[in-house]
Design a protein around this ligand. Sequence first.
Ligand SMILES: Nc1nc2c(ncn2[C@@H]2O[C@H](COP(=O)(O)OP(=O)(O)OP(=O)(O)O)[C@@H](O)[C@H]2O)c(=O)[nH]1
Ligand SMILES: [Mg+2]
Length: 302
Amino acid sequence: MTEKRAGFVALIGEPNAGKSTLLNRMVGAKVSIVTHKVQTTRARIRGVSIEGDAQIVFVDTPGLFRPRRRLDRAMVAAAWNGAADADVVVLLIEAHRGVTEGVEAIVEGLDERTKGRKVVLAVNKIDRVEAPVLLALTREMNERFNFAETFMISADKGHGVEDLKKWLANELPKGPWLYPEDQIADLPMRMIAAELTREKLTLRLHQELPYQLTVETEGWEERKDGSVKIDQIIYVVRDGHKGILLGKKGETIKSVSVAARAEMIEFLGRNVHLFLKIKVRPNWLDEAERYSEMGLNFSDGN
Ligand SMILES: Nc1nc2c(ncn2[C@@H]2O[C@H](COP(=O)(O)OP(=O)(O)OP(=O)(O)O)[C@@H](O)[C@H]2O)c(=O)[nH]1
Ligand SMILES: [Mg+2]
């Protein structure tokens, strides 16, 4: 007789380690946004994956770094809470960057934050280094912390991901599945849609701007023809930012809209009419409502 298993696996690590890439690969769909920039993910995002009789709920988290702003603090708190709530924790590090100061700081906090839970080391981006580097890195990390297991993976290329998934499935407690069999995410559609727009903005804009804006889905209207009309607001902190977002003759916002809409159509499997509005809101980073819209706890930022 086979027995079902189910549980939570938190993915933690420095910003840019590849957590969201790994989550998407495990789930087989783009549930969490990915960019080459740090601090892309802002809240915990669950993606559901099935391996044999196990339902693995992967929890993508914001990167762990030394926070400065309220938003940063709320993000880091959300990440550590994700680790504390999980059955198993996977720490991702980047093979080519090795044991950075940031990794050291995370490892120092691991014992206290993951009490009793197994922590697995996943050395990611192995496609970027040679084998001897990996061996030295793995040895050094295992001297610093008692990892239950070490995996060498490339979340992007898929190397080692199946082994990691099988191992994780075996570690989960026995029990009924937590989500319906065909569910892959538990983020509301309106939030996924807002994230897709934020991804395109982050890719398109430079320097600090991506960190000073947020996107919210304001309207979601099902149309008779099966399509959906999505209205979103982009909050920025300065008038000048609005101008940059618009670009010459509105070209920048237009290209963001085209790219975001294409992904929404793919995700939803139906036609989308997307309308973006920019609002200057100097204090949005200190507004509780913006945090709850993002799935963050405002008071975590205190
Ligand atoms: N070469 C290589 N690049 C990778 C790999 N995995 C992820 N990346 C890239 O690393 C960058 C960051 O990936 P993300 O998945 O957004 O990283 P993250 O850990 O979620 O980052 P935050 O959300 O900012 O904490 C992206 O450009 C990815 O394409 C990998 O295995 N190899
Ligand atoms: Mg991420």
